[in-house]
Write a protein that binds this ligand. Structure first.
Ligand code: 13P
Ligand code: SF4
Length: 303
């Protein structure tokens, strides 16, 4: 890690009244200079509490957008403006309108990995760590779960009293974690527990000892008496897992556990963004107002 660069970032942070938020999938050296690191739910919650004038976001665009929508008066600067989650673009306004026309008693439940425009058309947002709780608390019987098919099916299993309409969105990183590779990893580490993100496919979830968000995976491994774990999510989580558990062993399931968008965020881009105070994230005022409603509903229902 470049000590000069870190020093400069810290100094500019003070001078310019900036708080740095980072997701667990960005590189460890970026996580290290952040003020807050967490999963999508934690980052949304913390964004409503920070006092600084500017939020510098180290993650993909839907995360920065949520921070902006929840804090329209704050400036949000993205460490990399092109870091974008492909899943966020996998559902259309037309499809939402079709489902709304077909079902009367329906709630559009939008995984936060979606654009602000899609959130603006939804009833409530969810993240991987609160989706089950939020869906259980929705009054509508029919749930149109967008855009992630895998997370939708996982939540449907846990909330059988609801009728789910699924969409066909997916995360290419988690879909790329194949059951055969997990079985292989289990064969070479038979006494390891398998910890998995719910964006993985059902056959991988069925091989898992625990399913949860990035933070929940880290908490589970940290509190567990076991000392070996096979990790089925993006490799960025290994940094915090190893920081918190230097005596435990963590195994990956292959080279595909890599989100190229999250990895666009580097320390030098953080420094450049801090120096220039750009690229600033801006959103249409009407979209922000409409997208705030499902995000706030999520924060209420998830408590
Ligand atoms: P978490 O909310 O679990 O951090 O997940 C975000 C994400 O993008 C998973 O791929
Ligand atoms: Fe999107 Fe998947 Fe990357 Fe998460 S890991 S940001 S869902 S592409």
């Amino acid at each position: 890690m470049d000590k000069m660069m870190v020093q400069k970032i810290k100094q500019l942070k003070e001078e310019k009244d900036v708080v740095i938020l980072a997701h667990y999938y960005v590189d460890g050296e970026v996580q290290q200079i952040a003020d807050y690191v967490g999963d999508s739910y934690y980052l949304s919650k913390i964004a409503t509490k920070v006092k600084e004038k500017t939020i510098l976001f180290c993650g993909v665009s839907f995360m920065g957008e949520s921070a902006k929508i929840l804090n329209p008066e704050k400036k949000v600067v993205m460490a990399d403006e092109y870091a974008d989650c492909p899943m966020a673009h996998m559902v259309t306004a037309e499809r939402i309108a079709e489902v709304r026309a077909e079902y009367k008693d329906v709630a559009v439940v939008c995984y936060v990995n979606s654009t602000a425009e899609i959130k603006a058309l939804s009833d409530v947002c969810v993240t991987s760590s609160n989706a089950i709780r939020v869906v259980q608390r929705i009054k509508e019987k029919n749930i149109f779960f967008i855009p992630d098919n895998n997370l939708g099916r996982y939540v449907a299993q846990k909330v059988p009293e609801k009728n789910f309409i699924f969409h066909d969105g997916f995360c290419h990183v988690h879909k790329g974690i194949e059951a055969a590779a997990v079985l292989e990893a289990k064969k070479s580490q038979p006494d390891a527990l398998v910890l998995t993100h719910p964006e993985c496919t059902m056959d991988v979830l069925e091989l898992s000892d625990f399913v949860g968000s990035t933070s929940e995976i880290i908490d589970y491994a940290t509190k567990s008496d076991h000392n070996k774990f096979i990790i089925c999510t993006e490799m960025g989580v290994f940094f915090e897992l190893m920081q918190k558990n230097p005596d435990k062993k963590f195994y990956s399931v292959g080279h595909r556990q890599f989100c190229p968008n999250m990895k666009r965020v580097t320390l030098d881009k953080v420094l450049e963004a801090m120096e220039k105070m750009e690229p600033e994230l801006t959103l249409d005022a009407d979209i922000m107002e409409k997208a705030l409603i499902p995000l706030q509903k999520m924060l209420e229902l998830a408590e």
